[in-house]
Design a protein around this ligand. Structure first.
Ligand SMILES: C[S@@+](CC[C@H](N)C(=O)[O-])C[C@H]1O[C@@H](n2cnc3c(N)ncnc32)[C@H](O)[C@@H]1O
Length: 229
């Protein structure tokens, strides 16, 4: 299941994924040149998108919430393969939510993107409290600033606790930026456990994933985090 990528203009990138009928589906992501982190696709995103596309039968028809969606790239791939997805980003960056909406419109996935909402990690407003349960939580490149780690995991733990019957699973890709950083203590604190998934398990050796920077790939990891019950 190889995927590929094409630059269509200065700020639109096209990603191609195999579909079920040996054809391809394409997504187009509008990126903006800005210092805002959420305005472009980070190298961790195509890797998580490839994971979701590769294991599509696991995600098809499932309810997914994406944290720190940025351009919405990963959630849009999930929507394309049939998941029902809520995209979120910080209250502080409404422009990201607007960019997500633009990209959802461009890709015609409005039926499967069920909402685009502000969700700031570690903040539990009425909207978060009223949220339904999800089968999966996903995020790419959100563990980039150590000060946010506890907030992210507190939101994840809160969202997981909504699922009474079957455990919600959190898949997150991150780029290693400081070898001293660790989430181990926080995982214990929030009664979470994690394991690493090898990138070689799901054909990340393709153009789609290689677009940004081949050298960065060796520093990207995929974690599966669940409740430790
Ligand atoms: C490095 S970018 C990654 C964007 C996208 N997931 C990707 O991989 O291309 C981090 C994202 O987290 C969002 N973010 C930063 N701080 C946040 C917070 N406190 N709560 C929620 N989202 C936040 C940013 O707006 C941005 O979209």
């Amino acid at each position: 299941m190889q995927s590929s990528i094409e630059l269509t203009s200065d700020c639109c990138v096209q990603y191609k994924y195999p579909d079920n009928d040996h054809g391809q589906f394409t997504i187009i992501i509008n990126e903006k040149y800005s210092i805002n982190y959420g305005y472009h696709v980070w190298p961790s995103a195509p890797i998580l998108a490839q994971f979701i596309s590769y294991y599509r039968s696991k995600f098809n028809g499932k309810r997914i919430i994406e944290l720190g969606s940025g351009t919405g790239m990963v959630g849009i791939v999930a929507a394309k393969i049939g998941a029902l997805v809520v995209l979120t980003d910080s209250h502080q960056y409404p422009q990201c939510l607007q960019l997500c909406q633009q990209n959802v419109d461009i890709n015609g996935v409005n039926d499967n993107i069920t909402a685009i909402l502000p969700l700031t990690w570690g903040h539990f407003d009425e909207q978060v409290i009223q949220m339904p349960s999800f089968d999966y939580i996903i995020s790419s490149d959100c563990f980039y600033n150590e000060k946010d780690f506890e907030d992210i995991l507190s939101s994840v733990s809160f969202l997981m606790d909504k699922h009474q019957t079957k455990g919600t699973v959190f898949y997150t890709t991150y780029q290693e930026r400081d070898s001293e950083w660790s989430i181990e203590c926080l995982l214990n604190q929030w009664h979470l456990k994690c394991h690493y998934i090898s990138l070689s398990d799901f054909e990340t050796d393709n153009e789609c994933v290689a677009k940004d920077n081949l050298s960065s790939k060796s520093t990207i990891h995929l974690l599966e985090i669940t409740k430790n019950i």
